[in-house]
Design a protein around this ligand. Structure first.
Ligand code: DAH
Length: 347
């Protein structure tokens, strides 16, 4: 036991208290640095006699070795602790779900549309596309609408602040029926003077617009127009095609169709097509799905065909309505609100 024992104890306590390598090196300097306590003791040796120097030197050395040993041990401890905390901070939890790039889904109305196109393609129908901004002639006149027909009114149809060559306002097409005329006209031109009339079989799906907004109507909605013209096409063909379409679209043969007499200026006779499911949640109720009819002779002439030779049928169905029935949706607006909670269910 000598006067260096408290120095050694104090050094060991300081080292133990150091929380970082920097704190430890500071503590080391207080004992072993240039003017550290132990260093000062070594410097003081010079003033002693050779015997005293030997004895004191040995004491200081023992103290210094104890301090050194403690320092080395504490350095290792701190380095270890630092490594551990770094590893903990960088730890990877491989069980966490990865961050994926969001993948889009196909909108339910687009899905319905794709199915409709595929079904009619399999029945030999072409798919045509037409303008959403139409002339008065294509939307109304060519379809045999008299000039004062209410469909032309601003309460029903959106108009564009631009006039066509006839000086009439352009409209946002209120139905896909103008495409009957456009498509048939192109055929009539191509086959002008031909001895036999080739079949014109087409569907024209697309956006349509009307001044209307509630749970079952939207100012923008989707229709699909169907047209089959030929020399020997009858209402029977319409019934068969539409039944095939409904059975394929709803993937069931447990449904019935009803053709209910109606009126459209562009067909004669005209019928609403009602659908009834025989099974499932909607079973037993007649649901209106389409307008239809035999193309009016005046419309056939407006298409550029000889109405004595060419006959055909047409229909116009609401695509949104079909998608609502297929997916059990009761509010049309859900399709167009863009709410991802709704849309993700179809992705
Ligand atoms: N264009 C009609 C509508 O929007 C639907 C329609 C009825 C289309 C009879 C047709 C048809 O092609 O023949 O209400």
């Amino acid at each position: 036991m000598n006067d260096l024992k408290p120095v050694v104890d104090s050094a060991l306590a300081d080292f133990a208290q150091a929380r970082t390598p920097a704190e430890l090196e500071d503590a080391k300097a207080r004992y072993l640095g240039k003017s550290g306590i132990v260093t000062e003791q070594l410097k003081a040796l010079g003033a002693l006699s050779p015997e005293q120097k030997k004895a004191r030197g040995a004491e200081i050395n023992v103290a210094k070795q104890a301090i050194d040993a403690s320092l080395v041990a504490r350095r290792a401890e701190l380095a270890e602790a630092q490594l551990e905390s770094r590893l903990a901070a960088q730890a990877l939890d491989v069980t966490l779900p990865g961050r994926t790039r969001g993948t889009g889904g196909i909108h339910p109305v687009s899905r319905a549309l794709e199915r409709i196109e595929a079904i009619f393609a399999s029945l030999g129908f072409e798919v045509a596309d037409g303008p959403e901004i139409e002339t008065d002639w294509y939307s109304f006149t060519a379809l045999n609408n008299p000039d004062n027909h209410p469909a032309r009114s601003m309460q029903d149809t959106f108009y564009v602040d631009l006039k066509d060559d006839e000086g009439r306002w352009l409209n946002l097409r209120p139905h896909t029926s103008p495409m009957q005329i456009r498509h048939a006209q192109a055929h009539a031109k191509k086959h002008a003077g031909a001895a036999t009339m080739p079949d014109v079989r087409v569907i024209a799906p697309g956006r349509t617009f009307r001044v209307d907004n509630d749970a079952t109507h939207s100012p923008m909605f989707h229709q699909v127009e169907g047209l089959w013209l030929g020399e020997d096409v009858s209402f029977r063909d319409l019934k068969a095609v539409y039944l095939d379409f409904m059975q394929a679209f709803f993937e069931t043969s447990e449904l019935k169709l009803r053709f209910r007499p109606s009126y459209f200026p562009f067909t004669e006779p005209s019928a609403e097509i009602d659908l009834m499911f025989e099974t499932g949640p909607l079973a037993g109720r007649w649901l209106e799905v389409s307008g239809s009819g035999q193309v009016h002779p005046q419309v056939v002439r407006n298409m550029g065909f000889d109405a004595e030779r060419v006959i055909g049928f047409a229909f116009g169905s609401g695509i949104d309505r079909l998608a609502m029935l297929r997916y059990g949706i009761d509010d049309l607006r859900l399709f167009f609100d863009g709410d991802l909670r709704f849309l993700r269910q179809f992705a």
